[in-house]
Design a protein around this ligand. Sequence first.
Ligand code: TRP
Length: 368
Amino acid sequence: MKYKVTPYEVKGKVDYDRLIKEFGIEKLTEKEFNKIKKIAHELHPYLRRKIFFAHRDLNWCLDEYEKGNKFFLYTGCGPSGPIHIGHLSVWLFTKWLQDKFKTDLWFQFTDDEKFLFKDKSYEEIQKWTYENMLDVIALGFNPKKTHFLIDTKHANLLYPEAIKVAKKINFSTIKSAFGFTDSQNIGSIFYTAMQTVPVFLPNVLRKEKRPCLIPLAVDQDPHFRISRDVVEKLGYHKPAIMHAKFMPPLTGMEGKMSSSEKNVAILTTDNPDEVKRKIIKYAFSGGRDTIKEHQEKGGNPDIDVSYQWLTYFEDDDKKLEKVYYDYRIGKLLTSELKEILIEKLNKFLKKHQQSREKAKKLLNKYIY
Ligand code: TRP
């Protein structure tokens, strides 16, 4: 089966090299790594591990930075359900960028989008907006430099700019980009305009002309492919973009994690027993059928979800390499690999859940 990647559907095993060509994006190479290192003095593990794998206009954006024209960061969250650990990967990397480059971050919560695209009430989406904001705050973004935009709440700021964007996009472009048919509701046709606004809104509000850098999961690229030209026509820079791969769901390397299917995702609110149960029961294994066979022939970490997830949570390259090697040669069993992941994740989640509680008092510091 051929894979599919759009903002509204991800399925199959994604061939990222092919996707780079299809989307017309560029592979991240040593050249960009060196520029990043020059400023950040290190490389985030997600760069070393090719979890962030592609970009648009990153060289331009970093060159401007060096000339003293600092970019601002922009990313977002569609609040339709609980946050799972797949969401966190893009945001953890965004926080690293904020810390290393000392930049502002504009964070959009698209409650309008999720209301229009999901079979959920406005009230339920508002509840998820609140819950999801807590998870974002819990990651420790700098409150002085982080600004939440909630689409319906900040409509007075967003809408006047969104109509300027919308006027320059026609229906046939949206239809073909997202595969919409005539039965699509009319609100969702407009939505791309809303997601475009934060690319330049900070410049409108602050009367500046800074570059915008958007870290995102690669399924969001089609929105910006459409709007990059539009933004330029409106007199702003095209945004630079950094693209992340999808964290695989528990069940295997196909598709992406989704919180509507609870058993294929670990939620940020899961307790240690739930984490343990889900991983033991569902995590797709690259191990052999029997222990004897595994010890003789070794396992395959490249398709093993527990190993793949460890690449998101184990910062130490040496430790990770040892796990990879030991699993390959059959010295490390699937049950042992799962145990390593469970411990790592539960440690991370314990801290996250404590910060998430504290976040309840901090909302006002983040909402613009
Ligand atoms: N549409 C995104 C989602 O469904 C949310 C979003 C809004 C976003 N603006 C963004 C994601 C910018 C990445 C970058 O999750």
